[in-house]
Design a protein around this ligand. Structure first.
Ligand code: HGY
Ligand code: MN
Ligand code: MN
Length: 423
């Protein structure tokens, strides 16, 4: 971009900042940064400093999201939002979410330095709690901003029994004011999110960047298999109701069914009680994460899975129960914004960028109830994510920064010729 500094140097700074953010962790042996913790406060402070350096006015909203705004030519004009999240899964990598936030900050800084005249304001939103690691329900920050906060969430508890309400108050937020975080459609032009792909398709295709077409809908369940805890020596097999053997069959049923029906399902957590070597397991808690491109198909497969799990458990004298703690419908990216992302990538030299369907969830899903959304994917090594091995190439990050900046200019060009109707 003419007038802006060297994009390679700016990308190197984005990567150095990702390393700085990675140091803000609650565990000494890896990265974990979750909602309403000292690390959440610290990362908001750190990134707010970088936003201010980029020329943004910053604030933390009523849900704990960090926001920064650069006014357009008319103060108070609708804003194009750019962003992603700063929270993590346990033992995370350093780019999931964070890269998108820091690319957004760098893109705004470059646009400001070039004096680009945009017909809208720019805002960067660094969402909290996209992952749902602490309270089990994901997208809390972006749903608050979208105005789809569910008051029942205040009673969610973390592993220590602390409620979301208690944690928010201790963090300094007023639970009664969470509605203040909500935006209205008329305040917004749309939402653009850059994110690592979290899958191998770009790498396999030898491409740095891709345009996201849609985002998979996800449902998450906490399931309980109930049997009977009995002596491991004295209890004959025909009298056992072994909850772990039943759960093992359920785990394999989940994989088998997902493969056969073309959805993606994972059992990522298993907790065995009482968890003693000499006791037949009496109870198992297991998680199911279920995703598909089409919600109706996903829901039909869940009914099939639930019925199958009940049958398998009953055959072993065990009970099966499932509690849903997260649900997000699939989302299609808006054609005009998606085309702006395509043109943004084209400006980097790839005139026919690949289009991908996102199997991972993103804040854009929550924002889609409020405004048009689109996403730019960045290649990550081996497609690896949600693991410490997450890695990106510096030249890809430079390309992503150029593409995101050019995508904002493409939205501006569209807006100048076809002012968008207010939703
Ligand atoms: O789990 C997801 O899809 C996202 O990375 N939170
Ligand atoms: Mn993630
Ligand atoms: Mn993410």
């Amino acid at each position: 971009m003419s007038g802006a500094g060297d994009v390679g140097a700016d990308a190197a700074r984005v990567l150095a900042r990702c390393d700085e953010v990675a140091a803000l962790s609650s565990r000494p042996d890896g990265i974990e940064r979750v909602h309403l913790t000292p690390e959440h406060a610290a990362v908001n402070r750190l990134v707010a400093g970088w936003m201010a350096e980029a020329g943004l006015r910053t604030w933390q909203d009523a849900a704990g999201n960090l926001c920064g705004r650069l006014e357009g030519p008319v103060p108070g004009a609708p804003a194009l939002l750019l962003g992603s999240h700063l929270d993590t899964v346990p033992d995370a990598g350093r780019y999931d979410g964070v890269l998108g936030v820091l690319l957004a900050v760098a893109a705004v800084q470059r646009l400001r330095e070039t004096g680009a005249a945009l017909p809208f304001a720019l805002e960067v939103v660094a969402f909290t709690d996209e992952e749902g690691t602490r309270f089990g329900t994901a997208l809390l920050g972006s749903r608050a901003l979208a105005g789809t906060w569910d008051p029942a969430w205040w009673s969610l508890t973390d592993a220590d029994g602390t409620t979301l309400r208690e944690a928010a108050s201790a963090f300094g937020l007023d639970p009664g004011a969470v509605g203040d975080a909500a935006r209205s459609p008329g305040e917004l032009v749309g939402y653009l999110e850059a994110h690592i792909e979290q899958g191998p398709l770009l790498e396999d295709a030898d491409r740095a960047l891709g345009v996201v077409t849609s985002i998979a809908g996800a449902r998450r369940f906490s399931c309980t298999v109930t049997g009977e805890a009995r002596h491991a020596g004295g209890t004959p097999y025909d009298r056992r109701r072994d909850a772990l053997c039943a759960a093992a069959e359920v785990v394999l049923l989940v994989e088998r069914t997902a493969r056969a029906r073309g959805v993606i399902a994972t059992v990522g957590r298993l907790e065995v009680s009482p968890g003693a070597v000499n006791v037949v397991p009496g109870r198992v808690e297991l998680s199911v994460d279920l995703r598909a491109e089409h919600d109706a198909h996903r829901d039909a497969v869940w009914e099939e899975l639930r019925a199958g799990a009940e049958r398998l458990c009953a055959a072993r004298g065990c009970g099966f129960a499932a509690h849903e703690h997260h649900s997000a419908d699939g989302v299609a990216c808006a054609p005009a914004l998606r085309d702006a992302v395509r043109r943004g990538i084209a400006a980097t030299g790839d005139t026919d960028p690949p289009e991908l369907f996102s199997k991972a969830g993103h804040d854009a899903m929550a924002l889609a109830t409020l405004t048009d959304v689109a996403m730019l994917f960045v290649r990550c090594a081996g497609g690896i994510s949600h693991a410490p091995e997450e890695s990106v190439r510096a030249d890809d990050v430079a390309a992503a920064l150029d593409a995101l900046t050019a995508a904002v200019l493409a939205v501006a060009a569209d807006r100048a010729t076809h002012p968008a109707p207010v939703r």
